[in-house]
Ligand binder design. Structure first.
Ligand code: FES
Ligand code: FES
Length: 161
């Protein structure tokens, strides 16, 4: 298939890529742009390791083609920190020990970030938090500490910057 020139906006930077139109977004991010924080676990839209945000919604980047993300705002785990400062959810993950092997962590952080944006200012329940990350599988089963971290950001224990 003939290659195409596309522009992807990732973490506020425009990247021009000359790619096969069948390239998945996760491949474009990892192999063409070189942002390897986004992980590739199952390739069958099951594990959530490849989760990124597109226009502030969580999306599994193995589930769409790179060309479908053109013109949208893509955020990967590398884009969560601002001016060298970790985002509230990253700080909360650190403080709560919300990772073991860490393979699922970038995807968890992205789903959690999208959940927090969607529910900003709302009082959410533990059940809603668990629903918010249900598309992400952690083989180490560190769910309780992940939920605690999200809860602590909801409670306002961590501020931006
Ligand atoms: S690699 Fe995309 S959901 Fe597993
Ligand atoms: S921390 Fe190991 S898979 Fe999630």
């Amino acid at each position: 298939m003939e290659k195409r020139l596309i522009t992807l906006n990732v973490n506020g930077i425009d990247y021009e890529l000359y790619i096969n139109p069948k390239t998945l977004l996760v491949e474009a991010i990892r192999d063409h742009i070189g942002l390897t924080g986004t992980k590739r676990g199952c390739d069958t839209v099951s594990c959530g390791a490849c989760t990124v945000m597109i226009d502030d919604m969580s999306v599994k980047s193995c589930s769409i083609l790179a060309v479908q993300a053109e013109g949208k705002k893509i955020t990967t785990v590398e884009g969560l920190e601002k001016n060298g400062e970790l985002s509230p959810i990253q700080k909360a993950f650190l403080d709560n020990g919300s990772y073991q092997c860490g393979f699922c962590t970038p995807g968890m952080l992205m789903s959690a970030s999208a959940f927090l944006k969607e529910n900003e200012g709302k009082d959410v329940t533990e059940e809603e938090i668990r629903e918010g990350i249900e598309g992400n599988i952690c083989r180490c089963t560190g769910y309780n500490s992940i939920v605690r971290a999200i809860e602590s950001v909801v409670k306002g224990n961590y501020k931006e910057g």
